[in-house]
Design a protein around this ligand. Sequence first.
Ligand code: SAM
Length: 404
Amino acid sequence: MPLQFYIETLGCQMNVLDSELACSALLRMGMVPNDAPNDADVVLFNTCSVRQHAEEKVYSALGRLKNWKEENPQRILGVLGCMAQKDQKQVFRRAPHVDFVLGPGRLDVLIETIERLLNATPRPAKTICTSLHRATNSLADVLESFRLYNPERTVASGQTEEPALVRITFGCDQCCSYCVVPFVRGPEQSRSPQDIADEVQHLADQGISTFTLIGQAVNSYRYQEGEHQFRLADLLYRLSDIGGVEQMDFVTNYPLYMTDDLLQAVRDLPKVLKHFHVPAQSGSDSILKRMNRHYTAGQYREMADRIYGMIPGATMTSDFIVGFCSETDEDFEQTVDLVKHCRFRNSFIFKYSERAGTKAAELYADDVPEEVKKYRNNRLLEVQIEISRQLSAKKEADSCPLTR
Ligand code: SAM
């Protein structure tokens, strides 16, 4: 009887794609999926470490599998993803029944790690396979340790859904003071346009027609080919020419890289969605400075005005962190003003969660009380919900032949 696996995914689209690639590899190995962890032989958690809450969820879920592991110690429990890279040995301290931790830069060895565990008697000691920390190693060694893993996907495996996620950059160099991503996913690396085009072509040949290009700061994509530096706009033109591609979008954008050439490409290419997810994080200049975001609220507004001015019908969404270190009521009101000005179709709002190892944790006190964070979260959400309601009512009216 084939071995059965269960994989649970937390976090962003990077993790969704990583899980999809892990599933494909496990299927190729002859294993079959099972959607109940207690019935599986191999259980994997693909984790997120952006907020404390996401980590606690994983530790609780791991705790619930203690009996499952005790019942049959041959079963395999693995922790993948950002928390694996961040916590490493600490995972074993909090959940001693875990067999291995594998960082997001080492997915290439997932199958051999599982095979080694399956075939060895007695079971080898706990396995840690992670990448190097960028603060204490040379850039070349760190880059080498975060391996790009983009194996060919077979749509028939049932793991690739539309829109297909296609990674164009790995890692992040933005170094926002609150964020662990540059540490757990390493330095930014852009894939070659040829590699990306081959992957899109391969998926399109199998009937996939819609694509989401993903990267932590996707619009900072750059790849040097001889004299020419290939940017996201160039990539959109190239991918638009691939037969079978009908629709494309790209997430997540960094405000400072929203250049006119990119906006022109989005405006002119019929296959590219006229939508932009560009996290603003805050509407207060002093908070943005502490967040190390390198732009002001005024520059963000100007960028939003440019998007709406250049691309008729364009829509935007954003992320916000409320209750960041030292955020006052006045700072928060400036965030509310920014949301009202930019008229986002939706905003994803998070309460600040201090993350060990980040600049913010080192330099600033997490001094906004939890009730204030909660209040600001709900208040901003209410403002956003009203704007979203007005935008959908307008869209409906515009598309109705009687009111047009
Ligand atoms: N560039 C990434 C992306 O692809 O979406 C952002 C990574 S993160 C998964 C998504 C959002 O989480 C960020 O835009 C930010 O609003 C929020 N976030 C990041 N670090 C946080 C923290 N320490 N506390 C609360 N929210 C945080």
